[in-house]
Write a protein that binds this ligand. Structure first.
Ligand code: ATP
Length: 518
């Protein structure tokens, strides 16, 4: 399997208006990305696919482990919450990935990300060890130096190197050993001030996850709707993390969008729901065209579990083989059993009872009803990154094929494709443009809810097909010389490049069938 070139994918994403560097005319701002016309549509389709399959028809109608349809309701909570929310959640105290600075290069790294090349066998005392950041240029550079110094080498985490050996460690981009500082706490939350005075009492934070907004509205949702446990609350929205080392295009950004469900259930059912969500979510990503061999489920090791997940059924990451992680994988979505940690914390910090009264549990009474049971529900959380999802879709779709008029094309799943179809006149004369404009108008009126339908009368037909291939448009209709006499058009399939002739009057139904809609 050949690894796709990230440089080429990024160049196409820029050239065709999928993703731009934020504030580019000012030289850009590290860790922030804007979506162009096609990227905005692709992102919207992915968000909507999630919304449809999680809120409107959860799991496409599959029954939950309790044998009933899965119930999920929606929420849209604020980016800025009461600062106590983040104390309760552990973010103020604990969202502190320990960091390491390099005194020589002034670079800053996440302690748990750094790896070191050391001798595989005997340690020839006095020689330096070579520290690197996986998936960065430092990896190959340091590997070469380490092999020269030691011959056979192995890779270990920096945190497993005893501190008395640290003076021998050369930082990822440094020349001399001993420049790495002790790990230090570094808060990843963006701080701001609410109101004009900007004193310490006015400090607030931009949310680093959407989940807490859901937990703090749990009681309102219960009291104002007819939902019963088990049920989920879903929300999509921006999250902000002051990542120390943003990298790999949009993969690690400082502003990004999450799609999260907090699913509330009785403790005794949490394991079943955890397994259910883990498998559902993996199947969902693959239904959108991410190939099986590029997707994997990775259960977390016990010592990697977040504080809220340690006592529960565990956490699994759904991972995708991005070109910059290959042959390894990078996280796309986390599915975590958060136990009742968050509700218990908010109950304590807000001094509000968040227990649920379950009238269908508890001892059976002589009159046939149940006594009921009060409890804090457990939570299973599938939390997906929308921007990482878009990136995975782009990487998966990117195809090079020198034999085609477009040597680069995007095989985006039709459900996500920004442009659903295009209509062309073969040449811009002989009555063809009028006919193609008419067909275009008809298709726009019928399919505008589902995405863009484009019309393009200019340039050679080969170039127009190539443009649509690069945009990921799955179908192109062409009005040609035969249209006038036979009332037919050709329709070209992006993936095979093959064309067939169909009646112009049936073009709408043909497209509806392919898009699986209407
Ligand atoms: P990582 O270990 O990569 O930092 P995480 O485990 O902290 O990720 P979660 O807190 O589980 O991530 O967030 C849920 C999802 O949000 C992730 O699966 C990922 O898709 C996305 N995500 C997290 N951090 C970023 C980021 N800096 N940029 C873009 N997406 C992100």
């Amino acid at each position: 399997m050949t690894t796709k070139s990230m440089d080429k994918i990024m160049a196409l994403a820029k050239r065709r208006g999928f993703i731009y560097q934020a504030s580019e005319i000012y030289g850009g701002i590290n860790g922030f990305w804007d979506y162009g016309p096609l990227g905005t549509e692709l992102k919207r389709h992915l968000r909507e696919a999630w919304w449809q399959d999680m809120v409107l028809l959860p799991c496409r109608g599959a029954l939950g482990p309790n044998g009933e349809p899965v119930r999920i309701v929606a929420l849209d909570s604020c980016i800025i919450q009461h600062p106590k929310v983040w104390e309760a959640s552990g973010h103020v105290g604990g969202f502190n990935d320990p960091m390491i600075d390099c005194r020589e290069t002034k670079a800053r790294y996440r302690y748990d990300h750094l790896m070191v090349f050391v001798p595989a066998n005997d340690d020839p005392q006095g020689k330096p060890f070579f520290c690197y950041l996986p998936d960065s240029p430092s990896e190959a550079k340091q590997k070469k130096k380490a092999e020269k110094a030691f011959g056979a080498i192995k890779s270990v985490a920096l945190r497993d190197i005893p501190k008395d050996l640290w003076p021998r460690v050369i930082g990822p981009d440094a020349e001399k050993p001993g420049s790495l500082t002790e790990p230090r706490a570094f808060n990843l939350m963006f701080k701001t001030y609410v109101g004009a005075t900007a004193t310490d009492d006015d400090v607030a934070y931009l949310r680093p996850e959407t989940a807490q907004g859901i937990f703090v509205q749990f009681k309102n949702v219960l009291d104002t709707t007819r939902v019963k446990v088990p049920f989920g609350i879903a929300q999509t929205g921006k999250a902000f993390r002051n990542e120390v080392n943003p990298r790999n295009f949009t993969f690690r950004s400082r502003e990004f969008e999450l799609m999260e469900v907090e699913f509330f259930c009785h403790e005794s059912e949490a394991h079943d729901w955890y397994r259910f969500w883990r498998d559902q979510r993996l199947a969902w990503w693959s239904s959108l065209g991410l190939a099986g061999h590029n997707l994997q489920l990775r259960p977390h090791e016990r010592d990697e579990l977040a504080h809220y997940a340690r006592d529960g059924a565990g956490t699994s990451d759904i991972e995708y083989r991005f070109p910059f992680t290959a042959p390894g994988f990078g996280e796309l979505e986390g599915v975590a059993h958060r136990s009742s940690f968050d509700l218990a914390q908010h109950q304590k910090f807000a001094k509000t009872n968040l227990e649920y009264f379950d009238s269908e549990r508890g001892e059976l009474l002589p009159n046939g009803s149940r006594r009921g049971e009060k409890y804090l529900p457990h939570v299973v959380e599938p939390a997906a990154g929308l921007d990482r999802g878009v990136l995975a879709v782009l990487c998966e779709a990117y195809t090079e094929d020198a034999s085609r008029p477009s040597p680069e094309l995007l095989r985006i799943h039709p459900r996500l494709a920004p442009v659903k179809a295009a209509v062309f006149p073969l040449v811009n004369k002989d009555g063809m443009p009028e006919k193609s404009e008419k067909l275009h108008r008809e298709l726009v009126q019928r399919f505008w809810r589902y995405g863009l339908i484009e019309h393009d009368p200019k340039q050679s037909i080969g170039k127009r097909y190539a443009r649509m291939d690069e945009a990921g448009c799955p179908y192109c209709f062409t009005i040609d010389g035969e249209t006038a006499s036979t009332d037919t058009v050709t329709v070209r399939d992006r993936d095979t490049g093959e064309q067939q002739r169909i009646a112009i009057a049936s073009a709408g139904d043909w497209l509806a069938e392919r898009l699986g809609q209407v």
